[in-house]
Ligand binder design. Structure first.
Ligand code: IPM
Ligand code: MG
Length: 356
């Protein structure tokens, strides 16, 4: 088959890790008889530098012309001083919104070879971690009205509005229930219904849906309790669904308990093509260009692309198995523990390609 893939290499370590994922995809193409056509799309701080906008005109159209988008990372301290709408992060939010990518899937898996890399107690890590965080990605406080105004007696005051509609909650809820059905049939919905009105609506919609999915074991978890449970015993979770900002925070926490944020991929999908696939780590400007970055999260994001956008589970399995085989031999980059000295970005790519 033939696929068009948009590559947003981005900033910092983005270009290096995308390079390795492209090598892996090309190898998959040879092995399974597919052809991939890549289109580079400029977005992020590098776009601000090149054309004065982090989200150049036509970015979404270029992506829509492809079957899927692979993104490295955007952002960095270099652009901390620029105005809010020029920030690289603004481009990320814009593309999520413009492509309608309301469902962000962030699997946190303790890979078999890495039980000792988890910062959790051995007996906790031994129980395993295999959860899927489903984060609402185009609503809530990330996209609500913002305001900044001068008060008479309290200096400057700001507001960020958190809004959710039933429609937005229902569509992410359905995704989560459907995913739970394909996994261990457990769904935890995370909210702050003891305080927030948006959470009370969230919970009532989830309860209504749960009646339609009686085969899925459903529970409500308050967000503060969820943060605690993720370090106490993450093995209790299968699918976790939550709103945008809670999901941002909890997915970093969930990733860390698996040993390294450098290992975890993500998929952002909507109701139509294209999906966007990206590692959950950032642009790590401190190690950019030094061949130190871990390419595994991006390579596993490519695996998710095969699974969710191309509906090619064998190709996805092949990539995941190749990663596990390399990890089982003790190879590691500097961000996580393994046997011997850490290896570089390209060497890790070589080893994974070698297994394919
Ligand atoms: C993420 C990131 C982004 C987010 C930032 C860079 C805007 O932290 O994808 O988790 O908050 O969504
Ligand atoms: Mg985040």
């Amino acid at each position: 088959m033939e696929f068009k893939i948009a590559l947003i290499r981005g900033d910092g370590i983005g270009p290096e890790v995308v390079n390795q994922a492209v090598r892996v995809m090309d190898r998959i193409g040879v092995r399974f008889g597919h052809t991939f056509y890549y289109t580079d799309v400029l977005m992020g701080g590098c776009a601000t530098d090149a054309v004065g906008k982090s989200y150049p005109d036509g970015t979404a159209e270029k992506c829509r012309a492809c079957d899927a988008v692979l993104l490295g990372a955007v952002g960095g301290p270099k652009w901390d001083g620029v105005s809010a709408e020029k920030r690289p992060e603004a481009a990320l939010l814009a593309i999520r919104k413009d492509l309608g990518l309301y469902a962000n899937l962030r699997p946190a898996t303790l890979r078999p070879a890495l039980k000792s890399a988890s910062p959790l107690k051995a007996e906790t890590a031994e129980r395993g971690i295999d959860l899927m965080m489903v984060r609402e990605l185009t609503g809530g406080i990330y996209f609500g009205k913002r305001n900044r105004y001068q008060t008479i007696d309290r200096g400057v005051e700001c507001t960020d509005l958190m809004a959710y509609s039933e429609m937005e909650i229902e569509r992410i809820g359905r995704r989560a229930f459907e995913l739970a059905r394909l996994r261990r049939k457990k769904l935890a919905s995370v909210d702050k219904a003891n305080v927030l009105e948006t959470s009370r609506l969230w919970r009532s919609v989830m309860h209504r849906l749960s009646a339609e999915y009686p085969d899925v074991e459903y529970s409500d978890v308050l967000v503060d309790n969820c943060a605690m449970q993720l370090v106490r015993d993450p093995s209790q979770f299968d699918v976790v669904v939550t709103e945008n900002m809670f999901g941002d925070i909890l997915s970093d926490e969930a990733s860390m308990v698996t040993g390294s944020i450098g290992l975890l991929p993500s998929a952002s999908i909507g109701d139509g093509a294209p999906g966007l696939y990206e590692p959950i780590h950032g642009s790590a400007p401190d190690i950019a260009g030094q061949d130190k970055a871990n390419p595994i999260a991006t390579i596993l994001s490519a695996a998710m692309m095969f699974r969710y956008s191309f509906h090619l589970p064998d190709e996805a399995d092949a990539i995941e198995n190749a990663v596990d085989a390399v990890l089982a031999e003790g190879y590691h980059t500097a961000d996580f523990a393994g046997r011997g000295e850490p290896i570089g970005t390209a060497a890790m790519g070589d080893l994974i390609v070698g297994k394919l």
